[in-house]
Ligand binder design. Sequence first.
Ligand code: FES
Ligand code: FES
Length: 164
Amino acid sequence: MGTIVPLQITVNGQPLQTPVEARVLLVHYLRDTLGLTGTHVGCDTSNCGACTCLVDGESVKSCTVLAVQCDGTEVTTIEGMAGADGELHPLQQGFWDEHGLQCGYCTPGMIMAAADLIERHGSGPISEEDVRQGLEGNLCRCTGYHNIVKAVQAAAEAMGKVPA
Ligand code: FES
Ligand code: FES
């Protein structure tokens, strides 16, 4: 057992005080300590984006940061995207409606990265190019990306953005 350090963190709106091993990555803290297995591990090289979640609203590959580096932050994972009543987030609905997934392994990371993309984009239209560029850090082995782009654009429109 390595050094244990205190950690105060809010995950999906729930404040937590959970001591953690200093060497534990955020992705393993989320999956193994909190049981939030919607955040996936797809590589060992920071390439795939399957582990993407939001830290204080910014998309972060959670395999690239230590949990302790997120002390004092608010983390959102895919489990925190739907409403309390189970209503799907517009991005989840968009992926459903536009068939933006096949195996689904990349999908949580895609959705979290897209949430940041839409938020950062402001109020203007989101073009296909905007989505492709914004999600270039997230890999999908199945879909060819076309329906993912349509899903994100549909979600952006549902969230009040003007269609491109
Ligand atoms: S598991 Fe984090 S980028 Fe692949
Ligand atoms: S849907 Fe299979 S990796 Fe993207």
